[in-house]
Design a protein around this ligand. Structure first.
Ligand code: 4NP
Length: 188
C-alpha cells in the first residue's frame, strides 16, 4: 500500500533513515536529569509502540545530559503521574547521554532547546555528516506545537501540575511519532 500525498495522518516531520538495515530503529529521548521528562517520554513512547505492534521494530531509551541522578529511579512525581494514567514507571534507572550515542541511535530527541544545544556540543563529528534530522526536538513531532514553542518545560522545580502538562504534551507527541512509523510501514 502506498501512502497518499494528501493523507492527513502523515506527519510533516520525516523520520531519519535507519543507520543499518535489519536492525531495530533506535530512539534516544534526552533531557537534563533523566528523572522527569525523558523517562516519561521513554515510558509513554514505548507503551504506544508496543500497542501498535512495533515493539520489536523500534527501541526507545532515555538519558540526561547531566550526571547527578545516574542509577536512580525517576522522580516520584513523574512516577506518580505515569502510574495514575496506567503506565509502569518502576523500571527506570537514570543514565547520562554519551557522545557515542550519535553513532548508536537513529533519532535523538531533545526535550528543550538547552538540552538540544548541550547534546550538539557532544557530537563527535560535523553535524552535516549525519543523516539529516537525526538530532531534533521531541516536540518537532507535536501536532499542536506552534513555531517557537518546541520546549517541554522542566517541571523539576515546580508542582504536580507541571508533570500533568508534561504528560499531556508527551502523549500527543508520542502518538504522532508512532503514526509516522505506521505510515512509513504502510508505504513500503
Ligand atoms: P529532567 O528534570 O531534566 O526533566 O529530568 C530535572 C531533573 C533534575 C534536575 C533538573 C531537571 N536537577 O537539577 O537535579
Amino acid at each position: 500500500m502506498t501512502a497518499r500525498a494528501d493523507d492527513s495522518r502523515l506527519s510533516t516531520v520525516a523520520l531519519p533513515r535507519r543507520r543499518e538495515a535489519g536492525t531495530p530503529y533506535r530512539i534516544a529521548v534526552v533531557c537534563l536529569g533523566n528523572i522527569c521528562r525523558s523517562p516519561i517520554g521513554e515510558v509513554v513512547l514505548s507503551d504506544k509502540l508496543d500497542r501498535a505492534g512495533l515493539a520489536d521494530e523500534v527501541e526507545v531509551v532515555s538519558a540526561g545530559t547531566g550526571d547527578w541522578h545516574v542509577g536512580k529511579p525517576m522522580d516520584r512525581r513523574a512516577a506518580g503521574v505515569l502510574a495514575a494514567h496506567g503506565y509502569d514507571p518502576d523500571h527506570h534507572r537514570a543514565k547520562q547521554f554519551e557522545s557515542s550515542w550519535f553513532d548508536g541511535y537513529d533519532l535523538i530527541l531533545a526535550m528543550d532547546a538547552a538540552n538540544l544545544r548541550e547534546i550538539s556540543t557532544l557530537d563527535p563529528v560535523e553535524e552535516s555528516t549525519h543523516e539529516p534530522g537525526r538530532l531534533r526536538m521531541f516536540r518537532d513531532f507535536d501536532p499542536a506545537a506552534e513555531d517557537g514553542d518546541r520546549d517541554i518545560p522542566d517541571p523539576y522545580f515546580g508542582g504536580n501540575e507541571g508533570f500533568d502538562s508534561v504528560l499531556a504534551m508527551v502523549e500527543r507527541t508520542a502518538s504522532a511519532i508512532v503514526e509516522s512509523f505506521v505510515v512509513r510501514a504502510e508505504a513500503r
